[in-house]
Write a protein that binds this ligand. Structure first.
Ligand code: 5AD
Ligand code: SF4
Length: 466
């Protein structure tokens, strides 16, 4: 991974000036609503966006229709993500008819796609601001320009990307936090658009990452999730990812997790970290994508089935109760029934705690988009349904094995389905719901697991004597 320039402090100060200028304006949006689509990296970006908009004097508005500024932070990893984003944005045109002063902003991965910004400028002139993934830090300047120039601003930078430090932020909560450690991806899996829209791999320095973790710890963080498209190829200031983890573990934040890992870069040092680091949770998201060597090769994944299974064996030798989850693509161009069966058999063999399954979606500009693909969509649908059924049965068995166990749960929220219950995760990453109220949010609670549902566990709080 190459060293990448850091956006200068001077530039960040310039953006702070724009925040002040917007804040001082008489006529400007007073409230904002952000719609964050896609992955955790986008969610983390949305926290920076919220920080910048707050600094501009706007208040968070939970109801989209009531906000003066609506911002879509988009995803384009699969076609349906893109369609959803576009559908939503087109609908805003109607809203703007009733509320002409509404400011509509669209950014994130979709706008960074080749030709997309130009298309949006032409077809959706009611959008006030279109920006990409590499210039998010310039949001204050762009908002200022929209307000003063009174015409749409469309700015997408076609560069490999830089590292940005020092953006304001407004976090979702104080107890569990996302921390970016690297950006971009150089792997060019043949189906994936990410390397095209997120640019080349670049890492933050260990010092910047650790300073952020320390700050979050001071603010009460109980859990941090280290984020990167491919965390295993982290190379900040020459340090490898495993070294960074050892340093972060020493800080004493109770729980550390990370995602996403590429199997080709999962080092022995990192595997051993699961046995050695007291704060690293026994959970790993390790996307396999397919169980057939032939398909893996055409996906350009750089590992084969045997290597993946070997990694799983090593991980379980170090940490027998590690919770493994995965991403799997069904119906990659040319996937035969026999090759799909190899994915099924791998899933049976590994027994993931959970798997996110996707039907292959061609993405313009990627290599696989030009591969011949003659499997009918119905056949792909049948295959994915078989895979989902299999994984659900395995997930249920894994969850049932937890019944009767005592677990420490970090409570995240009041249950959406039941106001008298709260939910949080076990160290292995299983979601547990149990009777309780909002006062428990952000706290560790001892819970006995009483039953298993399809995707979550149920439990009851164990009352300890003071
Ligand atoms: N089609 C289907 N799934 C995809 N993913 C990435 N690109 C595509 C695509 N073109 C899946 C992969 C990846 C996850 C984030 O999304 O499984 O791990
Ligand atoms: Fe996409 Fe592959 Fe990079 Fe993951 S590792 S973001 S699947 S190109």
């Amino acid at each position: 991974m190459k060293e990448r320039p850091i956006v200068s402090e001077q530039e960040m100060l310039r953006q702070r000036e724009f925040m002040k200028l917007v804040k001082a304006m008489d006529i400007r949006p007073q409230s904002y609503h952000i719609v964050s689509m896609g992955c955790q990296m986008n969610e983390r970006d949305s926290e920076s966006i919220a920080g910048m908009l707050s600094e501009m004097g706007m208040a968070a508005e939970p109801v989209r229709e009531n906000a003066d500024l609506i911002l879509y932070n988009t995803c384009c990893v699969r076609e349906n993500a893109e369609n959803k984003a576009l559908g939503n944005v087109i609908w805003l045109k109607e809203l703007k008819k009733d509320k002409p002063e509404l400011m509509i902003c669209v950014g994130g991965c979709m706008t960074q796609e080749k030709g997309m910004a130009a298309m949006m400028k032409k077809r959706y002139p009611f959008i006030d601001l279109v920006y990409g993934t590499h210039n998010l830090y310039k949001l204050p300047e762009y908002v200022y320009r929209v307000l003063t120039e009174k015409r749409p601003v469309v700015e997408v930078m076609d560069i490999d990307g830089e590292v940005v430090e020092g953006m304001p932020e407004r976090r979702r909560n104080h107890f569990n936090a996302f921390v970016n450690i690297m950006y971009g991806c150089d792997n060019f899996c043949t189906y994936c658009i990410v390397p095209y829209v997120r640019g080349r791999e670049r890492s933050r320095t260990p010092e910047a990452v650790i300073a952020e973790c320390v700050r979050l710890q001071d603010e009460g963080a109980q859990e941090i999730m280290l984020l990167g498209q491919n965390v295993n190829s982290y190379r900040g200031g020459g340090a490898e990812f495993a070294e960074l983890l050892y340093r972060i573990d020493k800080l004493g934040i109770p729980r550390i997790r990370f995602m996403t890992s590429h199997p080709k870069d999962l080092s022995d040092e990192l595997i051993h970290a699961f046995g050695e680091l007291s704060h690293l949770m026994p959970q790993l998201h390790l996307p396999v994508q397919a169980g057939s060597d032939e398909v893996l090769k055409r996906m350009n994944r750089s590992y084969n089935r045997e290597h993946y299974l070997e990694l799983v064996g090593k991980l379980r030798a170090v940490k027998p109760d590690i919770g493994l989850t995965s991403d799997i693509i069904v119906g990659f161009p040319g996937e035969t029934l026999a090759q799909f069966e190899e994915t099924m058999s791998l899933v049976r063999q590994v027994r993931f705690d959970a798997a996110y399954t996707f039907i292959y979606s061609p993405r313009t500009g990627t290599r696989a988009a030009s591969y011949p693909d003659d499997t009918p969509y119905e056949v792909k649908s049948e295959r994915i349904q078989r895979l989902i059924d299999l994984q659900q049965a395995i997930s249920l068995e894994v969850l049932q094995q937890q019944v009767g166990e005592r677990e420490t749960v970090l409570v995240e929220a009041v249950s959406t389905r039941n106001a008298g219950a709260v939910g949080g995760k076990t160290p292995r990453g299983h979601m547990v719901n149990f009777p309780g109220d909002a006062s428990l949010i952000g706290k560790f609670v001892e819970v006995e697991i009483t039953s298993a549902g399809r995707n979550t566990l149920r439990g009851r709080q164990i009352m300890t004597e003071e």
